[in-house]
Write a protein of this length. Structure first.
Length: 596
């Protein structure tokens, strides 16, 4: 079962009891190692699976880990399952049982960012507060910071006018959430930590349930997640974590990679294992990306190496502007797609996809854009989900307001009464059917939208997915906790990266993925690194980690494109690893000859 592990991986997998830190460089098989550790505990140590928690950052990663463990243990139907999921799904599970301690019932709603923002807008509007003082979005970000960093009231009351205003409205926001019988996304962690800290009996009950806690992507945890883990780990201290501080790129979500760096301080008896053999990339890519990340002052020193071939040099391409850059990238992508290679096109911000999408469409080259308007953000899906959420939790004002605005008063009242009547004895699919029939929804979108067929297909996909659930609560929780790359909808579950199309996404979304060929867009000073980071040492180091993540997604070939001022990061790549070229702009006649 473990014969394909290298020596360092085996060292981590076969470790005994106590804290374990696995420092896993890019492409070194960290998921394989953590999965093998979990399988080893179940199959060799005979640990009761239900006494193990394994935490990942996406449902997709959790699903893949579950499949691997079942395959490795040669038991496709383990009768007693470990908890395998995200921090938020674990928090939701705990709060379903303990909701009464927060003035909620077990059928509470989980508010997404849009729900929370609408709630804050109502609070600000009712207070007649000028948006010049603080916008609703700014309030919401501060509320998220309060919960993610476990900030206490004293830290605000001793502050200035802005801090005191935030705290005043934070209390109004918390009251409104309770009135709606809802928790927001941050509550799923923060409220659990607060519960454990304030109720010792509840804390001891949960802490005593688990013998091992395994955590993936430990470098990305925030303060609340850190304390959730500290409080869940029992006196056995069996916490096993894996991560790479060089790939910590989520400070905008309040993650703090210092939690990773301080692991051995927090757990003095910790065993530390370095995974430094890269299985993904060529030697040139490994050596170039390592030279870049070595410029950061904070981090655990790793010496990545590989048995892979040296490969081609890193291509650094200068373009005259973003459109010539896009022209080059689209045509290179077409060449590699024709060679049956997977192609990743990565950018710092979503706005950079505009010129690329325009040319992909013009030239008829297939592409998939990730992280744009997600499935659950589409109007037709949000309308249906609002109805289901109201049926599940009639106190959900945000869902009811959406239904009132979307339909006539008469239709909304009929829908409301029907949902309240059917809520207890209907499956999710039945409730979707009732919604569609009562509102005559297919006809409504046919009248209103040119792309009504696409919207109908989206609804059919939701119906198919809903048919896999008997419990409305489980269905809604699955939706609420889905991430942009969790392709969990019905038939979409089987989708993989399409070799006949380029994959366009931000570098943040690309972490954890790999491609034969990677083309990075806009490696310009002011874009990567972003101009907002140029006056902060910590921010600049995170931008360098972002560059490192982009470079290490590539298996075989790496293209770094820029126009105007080249990024400082390009100068940090050893010159002997680089092939530099300047792309001459095409005039209109040359463009016509090349593409016709």
């Amino acid at each position: 079962m473990f014969s394909d592990l290298n020596e360092r991986q085996k060292e981590a997998v076969f470790w005994g009891n106590g804290p374990l830190l696995i420092v896993a460089g890019a492409g070194s098989g960290k998921t394989k190692t953590l999965t093998s550790r979990l399988a080893f505990l179940i199959s060799e140590r005979k640990v009761d699976p239900q006494r193990i928690i394994a935490i990942t950052f996406t449902n997709k990663a959790a699903g893949e880990m579950k499949e691997r463990v079942e395959k490795m243990t040669k038991n496709p139907k383990i009768s007693r399952q470990p908890f395998l999921g995200t921090f938020h799904s674990l928090g939701a599970r705990i709060l379903r049982k303990e909701a009464g301690l927060f003035g909620r019932t077990a059928d509470f709603s989980i508010f997404d960012g849009d729900d929370s923002l609408r709630l804050v807008k109502k609070i600000v509007k009712n207070a007649n507060l000028s948006s010049k003082k603080l916008s609703p979005a700014a309030f919401l970000k501060e509320f998220s910071r309060v919960k993610s960093e476990l900030i206490e009231i004293g830290d605000f009351l001793n502050g200035g006018e802005k801090e005191q205003l935030v705290w005043e409205f934070f209390e109004d926001y918390e009251t409104a959430l309770e009135r709606n019988n809802a928790f927001d996304f941050d509550d799923l962690i923060e409220k659990v930590v607060r519960l454990f800290r304030e109720d010792k009996k509840v804390w001891e009950r949960y802490r005593s349930q688990y013998d091992y806690v395994l955590v993936d992507e430990y470098q990305d945890i925030n303060t609340a997640q850190y304390w959730m883990l500290r409080l869940l780990v029992g006196p056995h201290n069996n916490i096993n974590v894996v991560g790479d501080d060089s790939q910590s790129i989520y400070s905008f979500r309040f993650s703090d990679f210092r939690n990773f760096l301080n692991f051995e301080r927090d757990w003095p008896q910790a065993k530390t294992v370095f995974l430094e053999q890269n299985y993904r990339s060529t030697q040139n890519i490994i050596e170039s990306s390592s030279a870049v990340i070595a410029r950061n002052t904070l981090g655990k020193l790793k010496k990545l190496w590989t048995n892979n071939s040296r490969g081609t040099l890193i291509k650094v391409i200068e373009h005259s502007d973003e459109f010539e850059e896009a022209d080059f990238i689209v045509n290179r992508a077409r060449e590699f797609i024709n060679q049956k290679k997977s192609v990743g096109i990565l950018f710092r911000t979503n706005a950079q996809s505009r010129a690329l999408e325009q040319l992909f469409l013009e030239y008829g080259v297939s592409y998939n854009l990730f992280g744009a308007l997600s499935f659950y953000e589409r109007k037709e899906i949000k309308d249906i989900v609002a109805a289901l959420r109201f049926a599940f939790n009639p106190k959900d004002e945000m869902s009811w307001e959406r239904l009132e605005k979307s339909f006539s008063k008469k239709t909304a009242v009929v829908l409301k009464n029907g949902l309240l009547e059917k809520r207890k004895n209907s499956s999710p699919a039945d409730l979707v059917g009732y919604f569609l029939k009562t509102t005559d929804y297919f006809e409504e979108i046919k009248k209103e939208y040119v792309n009504f067929q696409e919207r109908q297909e989206n609804i059919q996909e939701l119906i198919y997915f809903a048919g896999q659930f008997e419990s409305l609560g489980n269905f809604l929780e699955k939706i609420a906790l889905a991430s942009p790359l969790d392709l969990t909808l019905g038939r979409r579950k089987k989708k993989k990266l399409n070799l006949q199309a380029a994959s366009l996404m931000t570098i943040h979304l690309a972490k954890g993925l790999e491609f034969d060929v990677v083309l990075v867009v806009g490696v310009n000073e002011g874009i990567l690194p972003h101009q907002r980071s140029l006056f902060s040492g910590d921010d600049l180091e995170e931008e360098r980690r972002l560059m490192y993540v982009a470079m290490t997604r590539a298996r075989e070939e790496l293209f770094l494109n820029f126009f105007d001022t080249p990024s400082r990061f390009l100068y940090e790549i050893p010159p002997e690893k680089v092939e530099f070229q300047v792309e001459k702009p095409l005039d209109e006649e040359e463009r016509w000859i090349e593409y016709n």
